[in-house]
Design a protein around this ligand. Structure first.
Ligand code: NDP
Length: 330
């Protein structure tokens, strides 16, 4: 029997947060034996909905849920947290520029970084889902100097899952047979979904994705924007944004970080760049292929990067440098 861990979810009563809470309570994030204390934060405007969420969660009588603490106070939300999933963010309003969005969110993630610094465990693992996720994670980390920078991550796993799903459709093969698809860079339109190190298992034999698909034009010109624009495609179909797949990806990300990746499998994670990997500038939260073990991530090194990929890696790096400049002026 394990000691319950304290898991903070901000924006808990929003679209993604709502689904996410049930997934965490069911063991999707920390496995079937890890108990949790859910510290659910919302803005005062959503307090009623949060109350309703808590009632529903309670009525599930989830065996893994040791306690639920709903709050609108930041110091309560981040008190002694072992994990924080930062979902709550200011959505882009009509006519809003990227700079405005960054500035609005910079305030939220500065306050949350400071709260993490002050109230949470120093070993806290942070996953930022709220957009612009990479830069929001960087801001939170910047304002939590007593917590190691490696503890702040951003979600690009949804993009990885979307890429796998596209390839599974294209190859008419189960998703489970597709391995090591990488998302590089920013969780935005400049992201680079990279199939060059990917493989598909056919009859127990692994073949490279490029060999199996036999259509470089599709892979370079159709697949990449299809993955990057999948969120917008979903909005245009159902008139609201993807929530369940985002929550699911948050579970995949934290699960792999917490429990470990399978032998030989990469997980794409937005993590702090040390300046020594794939030519990416130091100090950005950039998505790399990672392997996780004992609660620590490690960037997969030594992968060959061709000219086409190099340009893509630089393009998304450039955007992250601009975002950092706008948000933190560094
Ligand atoms: P959602 O739950 O739909 O989205 C929350 C955030 O996740 C947004 O920034 C959204 O970005 C982002 N996101 C990341 N990946 C995806 C994806 N694949 N699909 C969709 N969104 C994605 O928003 P809601 O407005 O329903 O809920 C937000 C909640 O947060 C509200 O209840 C609000 O009250 C709360 N909030 C809480 C704060 C706090 O706790 N301090 C601060 C601010 C808000 P994008 O906008 O680009 O879709």
């Amino acid at each position: 029997e394990s000691k319950p861990i304290r898991v903070t979810v901000t924006g808990a009563a929003g679209q993604i947060g709502w689904v996410l809470c049930f997934m965490i309570a069911q063991g999707r994030m920390f496995g079937p034996y890890q108990k949790v204390i859910l510290q659910l934060m919302e803005l005062p405007a959503a307090e009623q909905v949060l109350q309703g969420l808590v009632m529903e969660l309670k009525d599930c009588a989830f065996p893994l849920v040791a306690d639920i603490k709903p709050t609108t106070k930041i110091e309560e939300a981040f008190d002694q947290s072992d994990v924080a999933i930062l979902v709550g963010a200011k959505p882009r309003g009509p006519g809003m520029e990227r700079k405005d969005l960054l500035n609005e969110n910079a305030k939220i993630f500065k306050a949350q970084g400071e709260a993490i610094d002050k109230y949470s465990k120093k070993t806290i693992k942070v996953l930022v889902v709220g957009n612009p996720a990479n830069t929001n994670a960087l801001i939170a980390s910047h304002y939590a100097p007593s917590v190691p920078k490696k503890n702040f991550t951003a979600l690009t796993r949804l993009d990885q899952n979307r890429a796998i799903s596209q390839l599974s459709d294209k190859l008419k093969t189960p998703v489970d047979d597709i391995h090591n698809i990488i998302i590089w860079g920013n969780h935005s339109l400049t992201q680079y979904p990279d199939v060059n190190h990917g493989q598909v298992s056919v009859g127990g034999k692994k073949t490279s994705i490029r060999e199996a698909v036999k259509d470089d034009k599709y892979l370079n010109e159709t697949f990449i924007p299809k993955v990057a624009k999948r969120g917008a495609e979903i909005i245009s179909v159902m008139k609201k944004s993807s929530a369940a797949s985002a929550a699911n990806a948050a579970c995949d990300h934290m699960h792999d970080w917490w429990v470990g990746t399978k032998q030989g499998e990469y997980a794409s994670m937005g993590i702090i760049s040390d300046g020594n990997k794939y030519g990416v500038a130091a100090g950005l939260i950039y998505s790399f292929p990672c392997e996780c073990k004992n609660g620590e991530w490690k960037v997969v090194e030594g992968l060959a990067v061709d000219e086409f990929s190099k340009k893509k890696l630089q393009e998304t790096e450039k955007e992250l440098l601009e975002e950092r400049k706008m948000a933190l002026d560094i």
